[in-house]
Design a protein around this ligand. Structure first.
Ligand code: HEM
Ligand SMILES: [Cu+2]
Length: 596
């Protein structure tokens, strides 16, 4: 069917600027739109994080950076307003998790790679794909707008727990800011569902001849399973948000119990914020894998390609993706150990959570065995992939601590948790995203990124990332709660312990500033290379998968003429009996040759 729609013979009318770059229905262009939007949002989120880090490191001191960015309303005399601190944390988290790492990572690479690696002319529905991008764009625009309103952005955290998110009177950001947050997220979910359905249908129906499911690259497996968990868990977030909107506007009381604000007794009673937590975390936990799995898939591809070895345990990798996806849906209660849940129920969540360590360890083991004795080529993409393996291990270890309810209760809502989730999900996913950009840039723009700059970018980012997030564990164990904007006001906090916390906070902030600035190298490299970089050969990394069989020059429909036919899996690197150290998927299997 798609062959007639997108015949490569160029039968269709000439594309105008608008249909080519703005309202494009071509999956490659939509992928790039996702990427560029996400880069912009990431810059915003990083700036916000540096602003609140400055506040944490030097509380109560006037700072001209704060006055410059926040102005007199939000930083009178250069000292950050408390409500604004919470607002910045909230918007930083929301942007990073949803807009950068969900839409930016998944949206970019699912779009670009699924059709190209499967030998399809485009996504199942170009129109839905375009709508999905534009809903995402609108949702970003609304979230950005909420930064500029008089009462300030939503500030109940990215988890928007009630009651802060219910009572408009509670705090400035609970008013219009929260309403905009909810609207923005609703658009986001709609976008993400349309995108996911498209990915699922494309994977199931548009594989080229010979592309059995068991010959798909692990990237596609990861994107496919990610889309499935998205379709299962995002709708729960929407229902959660609808009930919240009703509590806010219609006077229902799903999530709140009796409350007094000022001296006024509010009408609502009988609801439970715990209900909200159940609904929220039913999305919230799978969400961390929606962010992680695509990054892990990208890593499999890059590690195998740059170690010039077949990925170790291909089927075990698929199995572990599926197992992680399944388990991620039944562990949400580990975010709720301190809500007073029955300890027996807590035990169930401890158990299922710890189980996730098994498939995760399988993945790590497979990466390491693939690297083992490989003929490793240290491209920037490879460095970031190895960086991902590192952060996935280090963050995973603190995850074991948090999974145990007895230990979690000690550090719940402290900086230990912030450290953990930044390392395991923030760093891993962002490293995966960088790896993907460096690796597939030639596919996207027909040019190479500058590799030396890429390496400098990697080392600065890697060192600063650990410089920021490693000390945070100690800040947390030292007792610093998250979302407090100034610890120095507490009595007794001038003893050694607070001294340590304050010193570490300064160190963390300095690393954050350097690490943030280092991203300028990447951004420069990206935009410069897109126009001026060295022109890429067709298959720069000597890779086996199908995307490198398309012409460098993009055409609508991907392949001129016939679609390629597939005869083998994509990991035939250094196979004995071949002259080259790679055998593309399109090469027929010799007589008597084992498939792998
Ligand atoms: C990989 C990119 C990142 C991701 C995915 C990410 C994600 C998040 C999330 C989800 C939150 C929680 C927001 C909330 O509790 O409402 C958060 C908070 C925070 N982030 Fe990030 N972040 C990233 C990068 C950074 C960077 C580079 C810094 C360095 C300064 C940073 C520092 C913080 C801090 C200090 C908080 C506040 C925690 C709290 O007080 O609750 N983040 N981030
Ligand atoms: Cu979780």
């Amino acid at each position: 069917m798609s062959a007639t729609v997108h015949s490569a013979q160029g039968h269709h009318h000439k594309e105008s600027f608008i249909t080519k770059y703005i309202f494009s229905q071509d999956h490659k262009m939509i992928g790039k739109q996702y990427l560029v939007t996400a880069i912009f949002m990431a810059v915003v989120a990083v700036i916000l994080s540096i602003l609140f880090r400055i506040q944490l490191a030097w509380p109560g001191e006037s700072n001209s950076v704060l006055s410059f960015f926040l102005g007199d309303t939000w930083a009178p005399d250069g000292i950050m307003n408390r409500g604004m601190y919470l607002g910045l944390v909230t918007i930083h988290g929301t942007i990073m998790v949803f807009f950068v790492l969900t839409a930016g990572l998944s949206g970019t690479f699912s779009n670009i790679l699924i059709p190209l690696q499967l030998g399809a002319r485009d996504m199942a529905s170009g129109l839905l794909n375009m709508i999905s991008y534009w809903l995402f764009f609108l949702s970003c625009a609304l979230m950005m707008y909420s930064l500029f309103i008089e009462t300030g952005p939503a500030n109940a955290g990215w988890t928007i727990y009630p009651p802060l998110s219910v009572y408009e009177e509670a705090i400035g950001g609970s008013g219009m800011g929260m309403t905009l947050w909810l609207l923005s997220m609703t658009l986001f979910v709609a976008s993400s569902l349309l995108g996911s359905l498209n990915y699922i249908v494309t994977v199931l129906n548009l594989r080229t001849k010979g592309m059995k499911m068991t010959r798909m690259p692990l990237t596609v497996w990861a994107f496919f399973v990610t889309a499935i968990i998205g379709v299962l868990s995002f709708p729960v977030l929407v229902s959660c948000v609808v009930l919240l909107l009703m509590d806010r506007t219609l006077g229902t009381s799903f999530y709140v119990n009796d409350a007094i604000i000022g001296s006024e007794i509010l009408e609502q009673s009988g609801g439970s914020p715990i209900l909200f937590e159940h609904l929220f975390w039913f999305l919230g936990h799978p969400e961390v894998y929606i962010v992680l799995l695509p990054a892990l898939g990208i890593t499999s591809e890059i590690v195998s390609n740059n170690a010039r070895k077949p990925i170790f345990g291909y089927r075990a990798m698929i199995g572990s993706i599926l197992a992680i996806a399944f388990l991620s849906c039944i562990v949400w209660g580990h975010h709720m150990f301190v809500t007073g849940m029955n300890p027996f129920l807590g035990g169930v969540f401890v158990f299922t959570t710890l189980l996730i360590a098994i498939p995760s360890a399988v993945k790590v083991f497979n990466y390491l065995t693939t690297l083992w004795r490989g003929n490793i080529r240290f491209t920037p993409a490879m460095l970031f992939s190895i960086g991902l393996v590192s952060s996935f291990i280090t963050g995973g270890i603190t995850g074991l601590i948090l999974a145990d309810s007895a230990l979690d209760m000690q550090v719940h809502d402290t900086y230990f948790v912030v450290a953990h989730f930044h390392v395991v999900m923030g760093l891993s996913a962002i490293f995966g995203m960088f790896a993907g950009v460096y690796h597939w840039f030639p596919k996207m723009y027909g040019r190479m990124m500058h590799s030396k700059m890429g390496m400098v970018h990697f080392w600065l980012t890697f060192i600063c990332a650990y410089g920021v997030f490693f000390p945070m564990h100690f800040v947390g164990i030292g007792g610093a709660p998250r979302r407090y904007y100034d610890y120095s006001v507490y009595e007794g906090f001038d003893n050694n312990q607070l001294g340590m916390i304050m010193d570490l906070n300064v160190i963390i902030t300095i690393f954050a500033i350097i690490g943030g600035l280092a991203q300028a190298i990447f951004i420069f490299n990206f935009f410069y290379s897109a126009r001026r970089g060295q022109v890429a050969p067709q298959n720069p990394w000597k890779s086996n998968s199908l995307e490198w069989t398309t012409p460098v020059e993009h055409i609508h429909g991907n392949w001129p003429g016939e679609l390629p036919e597939v005869h083998r899996w994509p990991y035939d690197y250094s196979k004995p009996g071949w002259d080259d150290d790679f055998v593309p998927q399109t090469v027929p299997v010799h007589e008597g040759e084992e498939e792998h």
